[in-house]
Ligand binder design. Structure first.
Ligand code: CA
Length: 232
């Protein structure tokens, strides 16, 4: 039995039913909301473990809902949007959403996103109780010492590559947008920064994939940003 409580915010009844049927079949508990006002109310009164949020709701704009929730809650938010709404997706991620699903999505995709969120949750709890060492597969980062290792071999990273690696690891499982990353690294987000980001990300990746370890640590979301994956 899965004790995870999912809040499903979706005004489209067929999509909502598909989601709740899937959740039911896989042992998730769930609540539903058909509009933004109800969604915010449900978050306050039931404190769900994850929120599935459709961006196109009849009353409040989805991005605005995320902003409001983020003023007092860190509950993971997975946004659901149509393929044509790429800018909305980026705005949602910048407002504090953790991940996204594009309509139409499969049941497998939905379950995979939920598993990523659950693992992220478990890791956050572990980090709260642990020290300053991050471990993911063969990758280890000692934040206090400012060093990173892959398969026990120290990684020789430039200061920017190291900063990027830390930023991604501290947001494990979460898609970070180009704007967010460049603002964190350079304090700005000009087009040139995004171009530089691509270069640094390519060199960082090369170093992460140089060993015998064939695991993929960094996932690219074309036109959106990057995410560090939890190594199996
Ligand atoms: Ca909708």
């Amino acid at each position: 039995m899965n004790k995870f409580l999912v809040l499903v915010v979706e005004d489209d009844a067929p999509v909502r039913n598909l989601i709740t049927t899937t959740l039911n079949a896989h042992g998730y508990r769930y609540l539903t909301a058909e509009n933004g006002e109800t969604a915010i109310l449900e978050v306050t009164s039931h404190n769900p473990d994850v929120i599935l949020l459709d961006l196109g709701l009849p009353d409040i704009d989805g991005v605005e809902i995320i902003r409001r929730i983020r003023t007092w809650s860190n509950t993971p938010i997975i946004v659901i949007s149509a393929r044509s709404e790429d800018t909305d997706k980026i705005d949602a991620l910048d407002a504090g959403a953790d991940d996204y699903l594009t309509k139409p999505f499969s049941v497998e995709e939905l379950l995979a996103r939920l598993r990523v969120t659950q693992r992220h949750f478990a890791l956050m709890a572990q980090e709260k109780s642990g020290g300053s060492v991050f471990v993911n597969g063969a990758l280890r980062i000692d934040y206090a010492a400012g060093c990173a290792w892959l398969e026990e071999k120290e990684l020789h990273l430039t200061p920017i590559e190291y900063k990027l690696l830390c930023l991604l690891s501290q947001n494990l499982g979460k898609v970070l947008t180009h704007t967010y990353i460049t603002q964190q690294i350079w304090g700005s987000s000009w087009e040139n920064d995004v171009a530089s980001l691509r270069v640094f990300m390519a060199t960082l990746r090369k170093k992460l994939e140089s060993g015998g370890d064939s695991r993929q640590y960094i996932q690219t979301h074309v036109g959106i940003g990057y995410r560090m994956l939890r190594a199996e």
